[in-house]
Write a new protein. Structure first.
Length: 328
C-alpha cells in the first residue's frame, strides 16, 4: 500500500517541483537589472564630468542618482518618460553644433566612430545617455527589491523602465541638437534601414527644432560581405527622405560614408569590399596645398567640389556621393 501510495503521488510531486522552479524563473523577456547598477551610474557620471567633458562644468552625481532611482520604486510596467524629467534636467548639457549623430541598428558602430565624443556626440555620449548605455534596471513586480533575473521589454508592456528612459532621453537629445544633423542607418538590416516605428521615427524626428537645424545628412552603411538590402532613395530610406522633405528640412543621403567604411574595414581588412584596389577605381589622388587642408576637419566631404581632404597631406577627387538634396 505504501509503495502504491508513493507511485500515485509521484506525478503530483513532480508538478509541485516544476511549479517551484517556475516561480523562480524569468518573469519578463528582457535582461535583469545590471549588477552594481548604482556604482556603474555614479562612476560613469564622475568619469564624464572629470575626464570626458570637463568643460561642461560640475554636475552633482549623487543628486543625479537620487533622481534616477525614483523609478526603481515603481511597478516595472508603470514607469513613464516623465518619471525621468528631474534626472534629465540635472544631467543635461549643451551639444556642440554639427556634432549630433542619430542612428538605427548601428549601436556599436556609432559608439566606435564617435570615439568618446571626439568625432561626434551621439546620445550615448551625452551624460544622461552615457549613464544608461547598455544597462538594464527594474523593480520586482510585487516586491521592493530589484529584479536581477529579468526586466520587461516593449513586448511585455509599453511603460517599462528602460524604454521610457530612452524615449525621454531621445526627446531631449533631439531638442538640444543643432546645425548639421547626421543620421547613420544600416542598409543591410533585413527589416529595412529606417524603422518607421522606432526611436528615431517616433521620439527623435518629431522633436527636432527646425529653426536650429541647417540640414540633415543620412549615411546608409552596409555590412561588409552582407547584402545591400537598401540604399539611398530605396525602400524605407526613401520613406525617411520623403518625411524630411515634407517637414521642410534640407537633406542629403550618402551610401557607405567613406570614413565610417574605413573604420568598418579595420575588422575586415582582407575582405574584397575593403581592398584598396576597389577604391582606386573611384578615387584619383593628387597633391593638395597645406593651406587648403588645414581649413578642413579630417576626412571632411566637400559636396560642392566633390573632394576629400586630410589636413596637411593630400586631396583626392571623387564622383558625387551626395544624392537627393532637397530644400534648395
Amino acid at each position: 500500500m505504501a509503495a502504491l501510495g508513493l507511485a500515485s503521488s509521484l506525478p503530483l510531486l513532480l508538478l509541485v517541483i516544476a511549479g517551484a522552479g517556475g516561480a523562480g524563473g524569468a518573469r519578463w523577456r528582457g535582461e535583469g537589472t545590471t549588477r552594481h547598477l548604482q556604482s556603474i551610474i555614479l562612476g560613469r557620471c564622475a568619469e564624464h564630468v572629470a575626464l570626458l567633458n570637463p568643460e561642461q562644468g560640475e554636475k552633482n552625481c549623487t543628486a543625479i542618482w537620487e533622481a534616477f532611482k525614483v523609478v526603481l520604486d515603481k511597478d516595472p510596467c508603470s514607469v513613464f518618460p516623465s518619471d525621468y524629467d528631474l534626472f534629465i534636467n540635472l544631467s543635461r548639457h549643451s551639444i556642440p553644433t554639427d556634432k549630433s549623430l542619430f542612428w538605427e541598428n548601428n549601436h556599436l558602430l556609432v559608439t566606435s566612430y564617435a570615439e568618446n565624443a571626439r568625432r561626434f556626440v551621439p546620445l550615448c555620449s551625452v551624460l544622461y545617455g552615457r549613464m544608461g548605455d547598455f544597462l538594464s534596471w527594474c523593480r520586482q513586480e510585487n516586491a521592493s527589491e530589484l529584479d536581477y533575473q529579468s526586466c520587461p521589454t516593449s513586448e511585455d508592456c509599453e511603460n517599462n523602465p528602460v524604454d521610457s528612459f530612452w524615449k525621454r532621453a531621445s526627446m531631449q537629445y533631439s531638442r538640444d541638437s543643432s546645425g548639421v544633423i547626421y543620421v547613420m542607418l544600416n542598409g543591410s538590416e533585413p527589416t529595412g534601414a529606417y524603422p518607421v516605428k522606432g526611436f528615431f521615427a517616433d521620439f527623435e524626428i518629431p522633436y527636432f527644432q527646425k529653426d536650429k537645424i541647417t540640414r540633415i545628412e543620412i549615411w546608409v552603411m552596409h555590412e561588409i560581405g552582407r547584402p545591400k538590402v537598401e540604399s539611398c532613395g530605396e525602400g524605407s530610406v526613401k520613406i525617411l527622405e520623403e518625411r524630411l522633405k515634407q517637414m521642410g528640412f534640407q537633406y542629403s543621403c550618402i551610401n557607405d560614408h567613406l570614413p565610417v567604411k574605413l573604420l568598418k574595414c579595420v575588422d575586415h581588412s582582407t575582405h574584397p569590399d575593403c581592398a584598396l584596389k576597389s577604391l582606386s577605381a573611384f578615387y584619383r589622388y593628387r597633391s593638395c596645398k597645406v593651406s587648403f587642408c588645414e581649413t578642413m576637419a579630417p576626412y571632411t566631404a566637400i559636396a560642392e567640389t566633390g573632394r576629400w581632404c586630410h589636413p596637411g597631406t593630400l586631396c583626392f577627387s571623387l564622383p558625387p556621393l551626395v544624392q537627393n538634396v532637397s530644400g534648395e
